[in-house]
Write a protein that binds this ligand. Sequence first.
Ligand SMILES: NC(=O)c1ccc[n+]([C@@H]2O[C@H](COP(=O)([O-])OP(=O)(O)OC[C@H]3O[C@@H](n4cnc5c(N)ncnc54)[C@H](OP(=O)(O)O)[C@@H]3O)[C@@H](O)[C@H]2O)c1
Length: 259
Amino acid sequence: MSSTLATVITGASSGIGESLARQLAASEPQALVLVARRTDKLALLAQELKTHHGVRVETIGLDLEKPGAAHELLAAVQALGLEIDTLINNAGFGINEELADMPLDRVQGMMQLNMVALTELTHAVLPGMRSRKQGRIMNIASVAAFQPCPRFAVYGATKAYVLSLSEALAAEERKNGIKVLAVCPGATRTEFHDVAGNHGTLATKLMDTPDTVAKTALRAWKCGCSSVVTGVMNKPLPLINRVLPRCAMTWLAGKTVAR
Ligand SMILES: NC(=O)c1ccc[n+]([C@@H]2O[C@H](COP(=O)([O-])OP(=O)(O)OC[C@H]3O[C@@H](n4cnc5c(N)ncnc54)[C@H](OP(=O)(O)O)[C@@H]3O)[C@@H](O)[C@H]2O)c1
């Protein structure tokens, strides 16, 4: 029996993931699988999308910080009779704190969610995409990927990993018909800043909306870009990083999140 192709979005219960789900449901007929821990929020969103757009929407409640969670997710998708044609690795978090003051389990959870689960999911979907000679992968990185980020040291490092991985993968998989995109949003008005304890910092003075970030990301995907920086103010960041000394960029990044 052939499976139905689906789009899986991790971290779809709020923020950028929720906006991506709304915009995809409005523009594509493909089945959506929404993943996060808060199943009540996923269920509400799924109901809304089904009612307004008539698309199939499934929800999976899962903590992707748990080792092995990626495989649990893949098994759950398969049990629904779905095959992943589009993967959006969006779930992620950061904490505004010096590394020495952060509980080790939060550090480990951040690395597991932002890097390990993302890589395991990506690795698992590639063979199917290769055999179908089509597929799309979107990984949400951050402008924190471009320079070291004091108070977000681990977070910034995880996002540098996501950006590097995605751009390399885009080059590897282009010949196989698979589009891979890294999205680098700047500060965006979502629950990220509640979780991070980031309110009141310079970085949160001027924020994009998650809808704008999602729109830019989906447009970049269509264009076949391997990475995109969202927000007009953030666009010059990669270039500035090449011009200014690394220590200057590190100092500047620290200033934007100082409390
Ligand atoms: N907001 C910004 O300023 C900003 C800037 C650059 C990059 N980003 C990146 O954008 C992505 C989306 O974040 P956002 O800004 O939209 O923040 P958000 O509103 O806090 O969304 C994060 C999403 O990830 C899910 N999530 C968190 N921990 C999870 C876990 N252990 N297992 C499964 N799902 C989990 C959350 O759902 P549950 O809590 O229900 O599990 C939520 O749906 C993240 O990768 C973030 O690093 C954000």
